[in-house]
Design a protein. Structure first.
Length: 586
């Protein structure tokens, strides 16, 4: 699925190409066709669309398609009075070639009078490696410093260097997922299915999967929940390049373990349907790579990331009672009809109902493990089909390892829309922080209990109170949830008014959010996640330094008459932390 291979395949098979939004395309064209263009670097991970951007810029600015298809490593194009140099992949150049190129780039980006501008594409690591291998000149060192600043912070103080950097890996993959579903699901090539007997009989799993993927089944929950999983994965550092999303969507539509390489073709469909194994083509299994051999799915990036959510393995009593006993128990009859029987294609299939009956009757020779595999598929299906009005009742996110993911997504959405946040979210975060900071089951949620063990050591229990920081804004103090430049959100603790001492912030990834939520409910911090526990203790150390600085500025660190006041934390009957003062005379 490289750009060059795709272009050849399109011509060979005469297929209309899939056209996706290129987030930086308009800005690149305006820059290079403008009166004062600057050099542009496009970076990202493999499969983000760097070569696609370069080719589209070349074509839009009048470049010859045949010349581009020759595959020359470095392409040049006259744009007005200037020369545009395009390198579609910096890693293709040998070290001596890239060294000469980078030396030229370093000279041209620092000379306003230069008539040469560049469009360079490279993965993050390759870009930095090529810069290190370039000649050690003042211009190259200056270029390297600017590139590192742009990669890390998105900006640079060196305004004289005429360079911009666009990072495709920072694009919201959840939105791209919807674009890809629309493009593939609505492609004109599907018209070829109109005369197929399987289409007339509504028995084709390929067409059924397309309906469920695009939302033509009347629900549209699949793409919505898939986008949520992709967003959560990205917030946890698991990026989905366009190439991976394309392969994921293709697998969702075509997956079946009996097909060649785990993918169905039209010719496979009649045999699969006749064998009674059409239910194994379920989109709810394919999205996790269940159609592939386990060893292959574990090594394939999109499935490896999505399987980290544990969907199918995680469950709740209410969900399993519905799926196991719903067919016979009158108490579950109505929801079972609505959530399982109503879906004969992938829900109450013949295989599932037979396996369910055998499991419940428990006769000799019954393969219980086979039914457990069917039950796993039903949990996966329920995650993607549960109606919104039943999400709370069945606790949808309990079907994943991230039980607080729904709250996380709601907070992110409302922060982006500048709407009031759910009140329970901040209270939960504060309660979780307090329990990590003190090592006690404190219930305070209107104030942050900053405690210490008498030093900056990462002690599990901290009985000495350092500060009680107000959560609502009061006297310059405040604890809040705020957006960060990366598109996620942080917990921000402000200790003083003004910008001289900015708020101390901690980014809340879905994993850290889950950690604090579990701790707020009573989980032991270090046993649940040692890494998250250490991150929170490091955040606490930063807060302790800030409170010490504040006391020095206010003169509160100086004792009177040689006395030292220690404040020990005591818990009231309702679990609130309160200070108990002890006077110590030196």
């Amino acid at each position: 699925m490289y750009d060059e291979s795709i272009q050849r395949a399109l011509k060979r098979h005469r297929i209309k190409p899939i056209v996706l939004p290129a987030q930086f395309m308009q800005a690149l064209l305006e820059n290079f066709s403008g009166a004062d263009p600057v050099t542009q670097i496009i970076t990202g991970t493999a499969g983000d669309g760097k070569t696609y951007h370069c080719r589209e810029v070349w074509s839009a600015l009048g470049g010859d398609e045949a010349t581009w298809n020759k595959g020359t490593k470095v392409q040049t194009l006259a744009v007005g009075q200037r020369t545009l140099v395009i390198v579609k992949d910096l890693s293709e150049l040998r070290d001596e070639e890239s060294a000469e190129l980078i030396a030229g780039v370093a000279r041209d980006v620092t000379q306003p009078s230069s008539n040469t501008v560049y469009l360079l594409a490279a993965n993050h690591g390759q870009l930095l490696e090529k810069l290190k291998a370039a000649p050690d000149t003042p211009e190259v060192r200056r270029l390297s410093d600017v590139v590192e600043d742009l990669l890390v912070t998105g900006g640079t103080d060196d305004r004289e260097v005429r360079l911009n950097l666009s990072d495709l890996s920072r694009a919201p993959a959840a939105k791209m997922t919807s674009y890809i579903i629309d493009e593939i699901g609505g492609h004109e090539g599907w018209a070829g299915c109109d005369g197929c007997p399987a289409a007339r009989d509504q028995a084709c799993p390929i067409l059924e999967n397309r309906r469920r993927l695009t939302g033509a089944d009347g629900h549209g929950k699949f793409r919505q929940r898939l986008a949520s999983l992709v967003e959560l994965s990205e917030r946890n550092g698991g990026h989905f390049p366009v190439r991976q999303l394309l392969s994921l969507v293709a697998n969702v539509i075509l997956g079946h373990p009996d097909g060649r390489d785990g993918l169905m073709s039209c010719g496979d469909v009649p045999d699969i349907v006749a064998s009674g194994r059409a239910d194994l083509a379920s989109v709810y299994r394919n999205v996790f790579g269940e159609n592939l051999k386990p060893s292959r799915a574990e090594k394939t990036e999109p499935f490896k990331k999505l399987n980290l959510f544990g969907i199918g393995a995680e469950t709740s009593n209410r969900v399993d009672n519905l799926l196991v006993y719903g067919a016979d128990d009158p108490a579950y009859s109505e929801p079972y009809d609505a959530l399982v029987r109503k879906d004969p294609f992938y829900g109450a299939t013949a295989n599932y109902t037979q396996g369910q009956k055998a499991y419940l009757e428990g006769g000799e020779g019954v393969d219980r493990s086979a039914f457990l595999h069917l039950l796993k598929a039903q949990r996966q299906r329920l995650f993607f089909t549960l109606p919104d009005d039943l999400v709370a009742a069945y606790e949808l996110w309990d079907l994943t390892v991230f039980r607080f993911a729904g709250v996380y997504l709601e907070v992110a959405e409302k922060l982006g829309a500048k709407q009031p946040l759910p009140r329970a979210a901040l209270s939960m975060i504060v309660r979780g922080l307090n329990r990590v900071f003190t090592g006690m089951l404190v219930q305070n949620q209107d104030e942050l209990v900053l405690a210490t063990s008498g030093s900056y050591s990462q002690s599990k229990r901290s009985p000495l109170l350092d500060e009680l920081i107000s959560v609502p804004r009061q006297g310059g103090e405040e604890v809040s949830l705020v957006l960060n430049p990366q598109g996620g959100f942080d917990v921000a603790v402000r200790l003083t008014r003004g910008e001289i001492h900015p708020a101390v912030r901690l980014e809340l990834s879905p994993t850290r959010f889950e950690f604090l939520g579990r701790v707020a409910e009573g989980a032991l911090p270090s046993s649940f996640s040692l890494e998250c526990h250490e991150d929170i203790l490091a955040f606490k150390a930063r807060l302790l330094r800030e409170t010490e600085t504040r006391r020095k500025l206010d003169g509160d660190d100086v004792g009177e008459d040689g006395q030292l006041v220690l404040r020990f934390i005591e818990l009231t009957n309702d679990g609130r932390a309160t200070p108990r003062r002890v006077m110590v005379r030196a």
